[in-house]
Design a binder for this molecule. Structure first.
Ligand SMILES: C[S@@+](CC[C@H](N)C(=O)[O-])C[C@H]1O[C@@H](n2cnc3c(N)ncnc32)[C@H](O)[C@@H]1O
Length: 387
């Protein structure tokens, strides 16, 4: 029978060899925390269009350990309620809670620059595995974690207790932080947000760090690492690409239904300078989200099989429809905002600046605004204000 401790050591070695796991204390935590116990009652394995339920109770212990110490994200809840023990067969659904892949979890904790004595607030407890890794080093009293889903929080709390960590697990909306244990030295979010809630900055000490994934699409999002200043603002940069399920209240409702009704009235039509297909790439998607923060990119196929692409901004009643003709694209734009004009201007400026990667993006957050900019491309500067 497989020994869980040797699986943990193997995982630690994989993460170390991959350049993700660097700190000896974090290696000790990975080698000590039993990930398999945080996945109860089971997980959904990705089968492409469907999810296959696999439960602890019905799985051979060796097979279960193989799943638990693999390198993948393991989905633990679908559609805000379904767990693997409640499904008899493969199902369709949208993941709403998971144990994020170990490389991402460990990479984010490394990025937090933790030190003994730090007090941490985690938003998005999920299974509690990442909470346990931090508790192992900092001690259970120095970690507070907030989970919006009461059942997910209860399972995580039980798993943390069973692993020996009586930490502060709260059920609530993490967008509000957790004022009762503030201030924190570090705030880390393992769900994505459209913008960093000011509550996180207010609850983090001056000199402390806030780390979270920002953006509104499922790709083109970035990991913001901000240092809180004495004046109540926070500044830093996007340190890399990062993708997480969104905070529940901020999950995007996909534009669906009859798209032709949405694009019936175009005010302008022209050839594009840049192919809209670039929006399928990470950094162009990030730029589009900055240029048109409430727009969504939609992919579809025409009845003759040709590709259709759209930008829809339901809040601002605007759209851009892209039609291909002999490898060149035409854009039809309608509504008060010419979405593609704004996005294309940003894409051209970015290309002219040498196409810098996402870690060139700087971010300053105040109570009322998010200011993003890229030093080597002065026109790439966006201020999103709360009005
Ligand atoms: C990717 S999972 C967390 C992974 C987790 N850290 C782990 O290692 O298992 C994201 C979690 O965020 C939770 N969540 C979503 N919106 C939230 C919110 N507004 N406040 C707190 N938690 C939230 C989800 O219910 C989900 O459990």
């Amino acid at each position: 029978m497989t020994d869980p401790a040797s699986e943990r050591r193997r995982l630690a070695t994989v993460l170390t060899n991959g350049g993700v796991l660097k700190s000896p204390w974090l290696r000790a935590a990975v080698e000590a925390v039993p990930r398999e116990r945080f996945l109860r009652p089971g997980v959904f394995l990705d089968e492409g269009r469907t999810w296959r339920p696999v439960t602890t109770a019905d799985t051979d212990p060796d097979e279960w350990l193989k799943i638990a110490y693999g390198v993948d994200t393991l989905t633990t809840q679908l559609d805000g309620h379904l767990t693997a023990d409640q499904a008899d067969e493969s199902v369709i659904g949208v993941p709403t809670s998971s144990s994020t892949d170990p490389a991402t979890v460990v990479g984010m904790i490394e990025t937090l620059d933790l030190a003994t004595g730090h007090r941490v607030l985690e938003i998005g407890t999920g299974t509690g595995y990442s909470t346990a890794l931090m508790c192992h080093y900092l001690g259970e009293d120095n970690v507070a974690t907030v989970e919006v889903d009461a059942q997910v929080a209860a399972r995580a709390d039980a798993a943390l207790e069973a692993a020996g960590f009586s930490t502060w697990t709260a059920t609530g909306d993490g967008l509000l932080g957790h004022p009762f244990r503030a201030p924190y030295d570090r705030t880390i979010a393992t769900c994505a947000v459209r913008r960093i809630p000011y509550a996180w900055i207010r609850q983090t000490r001056p000199g402390g760090v806030v780390l979270g994934t920002v953006g509104s699409w499922s790709w083109g999002t970035g990991l913001a690492k901000l240092t809180v200043g004495d004046d109540g603002t926070a500044e830093g940069s996007i340190v890399g690409r990062s993708s997480f399920m969104h905070a529940r209240a901020q999950a995007v409702v996909p534009v669906a239904g009859d798209l032709s009704a949405r694009t019936a009235y175009a005010d302008r039509e022209r050839r594009t300078q840049v192919s809209p297909l670039v929006l399928e790439e990470w950094m162009p998607a990030f730029l589009a989200e900055e240029a048109t923060p409430s727009a969504q990119f939609v992919r579809a196929t025409d009845s003759d099989g040709s590709p259709l692409r759209y930008l829809f901004d339901p809040e601002r009643e605007s759209f851009a429809e892209f039609l291909i003709d002999d490898e060149s694209w035409t854009v039809r734009q309608g509504g008060p905002v010419a979405l593609w004009d704004d996005v294309e201007r940003a894409l051209v400026a970015w290309q002219d600046a040498g196409a810098p990667e996402i870690d060139s993006v700087r971010l300053r957050v105040t109570p009322a605004s998010h200011l993003y900019w890229i030093d080597q491309a002065p026109s790439l500067r966006w201020e999103h204000r709360i009005t």
